[in-house]
Design a protein around this ligand. Structure first.
Ligand code: UD1
Ligand code: CA
Length: 473
């Protein structure tokens, strides 16, 4: 029978105290709602309905076009949210799986088991429950004492003191036969502590109308926990990160200290790579085999080949070939491309530039909008002056060049193949292949200057002159 799915994601998330819609709060780098959608998609649901309201435009922009959006202008409760899709639901047949957008740990296998249970029971309404040591905040399952049949769900705020002691809670995951659900939705009334149309009331209504209600207790209660507060967000974040680290270790990655290693859900790491403490791997970062990353490295949307070493460095949208060494204290910005066997050393910043195979930028440099060929050596303190105050220009350094320490390369400029640039030069014109470019003051030594200065004030004059007599070569 056809299985449809609706995900409720319109709520304000009051307890988060946030300007951001709750379902967009990130867990291991991805919005909470993306996890729920992924579980639904893995289950085989095509184009789930997603009810949005609070921050609808933001949610749509982040989640994209793969789903069908339903708008809930006023957030009058979870039952009201499903009602907004009434017209669409009328045209469907079969079962409807209802999920809340704030239960990101939910796994597709658990959903599949729940749906099988619903089908086996031939129920009109099934609810996934969990037994929690501390059920505070959740809706409680009220069962008939003798038969154990589910009577209704009571929200914490409406529960009697006795009901509050019940430890079986509503996870907010339901499966409904559509013909039973629609009339029940129409009969929801906001007669409760929060003045809302509760979807939970549909359970009692379906039962009263003669329908069959079934409940399945989740094997792993941790998986169905909802995120209502920042504290719960942090708890879920920790659980997701723990699981990601476990997966990586099982696949052959060494993580010296999992508790200080933060790997986003979408990151891939090759085997025999070692992650050292205080390492952040974010976004779509992909790391090859046999690398050492950390301590203290932050990589966002980066690609690293095999056997790369990165320590105490920040890499943002950088591409790094195999056998490269980065850091300590390097900063690779978007568009940095470091090819095989190259070295980027301490206090080096690279932006929108290629560093060719085997080239070295070992210390204290800024390389921006540059094309550096193969086998090039860039001396300490070299700067590409890429910005003229209005526009950015490119610097080209061809294969096997040697750039002396503390050179300024004023772009646009080209240093031809195999050329040398004398240290301390400010290069403003192209250097032909094989040439030496020198652009600096010629040195003059004033003999005996120190001793003469000590002897009397008359000498001061010459000292000052000496300084200004330096001439450009
Ligand atoms: C809900 C359940 C509670 C259950 C818990 C499980 C109800 C009435 N209560 O409580 O029994 O134990 O989840 O986590 O259903 N939403 C809308 N529109 C609205 C209101 C909410 O789309 O008008 C969405 C929210 O964005 C959220 C989900 O529905 O994703 C659940 O809403 P929330 O306010 O978090 O419900 P809880 O109080 O957690
Ligand atoms: Ca919730």
């Amino acid at each position: 029978m056809a299985l449809h799915c609706i995900i409720l994601a319109a709520g304000l998330g009051t307890r988060m105290k946030s300007r951001r819609p709750k379902v967009l709060h990130r867990i291991a780098g991805r919005p909470m709602l993306a996890y729920v959608l992924e579980a639904a998609t893995e289950l085989g649901v095509e184009r789930p309905l997603v009810v949005i309201g609070h921050g609808a435009a933001e949610v749509e922009a982040e989640i994209g076009p793969g789903v069908e959006y339903v708008h809930q202008e006023e957030q009058l409760g979870t039952g009201h949210a499903v009602l907004q899709a009434r017209e669409r639901l009328e045209r469907l047949s079969g079962d409807l799986l209802v999920l809340y957008g704030d239960t990101p740990l939910l796994r597709a296998e658990t959903l599949a088991e729940f749906v099988r249970f619903h089908e086996r029971e031939r129920a009109d309404a099934s609810v996934l429950t969990a037994i929690l040591p501390d059920p505070t905040g959740y809706g409680r399952i009220v069962r008939e004492p003798e038969t154990g049949a589910v009577l209704r769900i009571v929200e914490e705020k409406d529960a009697s003191p006795v009901e509050k002691t019940y430890r079986e809670i509503n996870t907010g995951i339901y499966c409904f036969a559509l013909p039973a659900l629609l009339p029940a939705l129409d009969r929801l009334r906001p007669l409760n502590a929060q003045g809302e149309y509760y979807l939970t009331d549909a359970i009692a209504l379906i039962r009263e109308a003669g329908g069959k209600v079934a409940a399945l207790a989740a094997g792993n209660p941790e998986e169905v926990q909802g995120v209502n507060s920042r504290e719960q967000l942090a708890a879920v974040e920790a659980a997701v990160r723990r699981e990601k680290n476990r997966e990586l270790m099982a696949a052959g990655v060494t993580i010296m200290d999992p508790s200080s290693t933060f790997v986003d859900a979408g990151v891939e790491v090759g085997r025999d790579t070692v992650l050292l403490p205080f390492t952040w791997l974010e976004g779509k970062t992909r790391i090859g085999e046999g690398c050492t990353v950390g301590p203290q490295a932050r990589l966002r949307d980066c690609e690293l080949g095999d056997r790369v070493s990165v320590q105490f460095s920040v890499l943002d949208q950088a591409q790094v070939g195999e056998d490269v060494s980065i850091g300590p204290f390097a900063y690779l910005r978007p568009g940095a491309k470091v090819e095989a066997g190259a070295k980027v050393g301490d206090f080096v910043e690279i932006k929108n530039s290629r560093v060719g195979a085997g080239s070295k930028v070992p210390h204290h440099s800024y390389i921006g909008d540059a094309e550096i060929g193969r086998g090039v050596n860039i001396g300490a303190g070299t700067i590409t002056c890429n910005y003229d105050g209005e526009r950015k220009h490119r610097t080209v350094i061809e294969d096997r060049c040697f750039i002396g320490a503390n050179a300024n390369l004023v772009a646009p400029v080209r240093v031809g193949e195999g050329a040398y640039v004398a240290s301390g030069s400010t290069i403003t014109a192209d250097v032909p292949p094989g040439a030496l470019g020198v652009a600096r003051g010629r040195q003059r030594n004033v003999e005996d200057w120190v001793a003469r200065r000590r002897r009397g004030p008359a000498m001061r004059v010459e000292a000052t002159d000496g300084g200004s007599q330096n001439e450009e070569e």
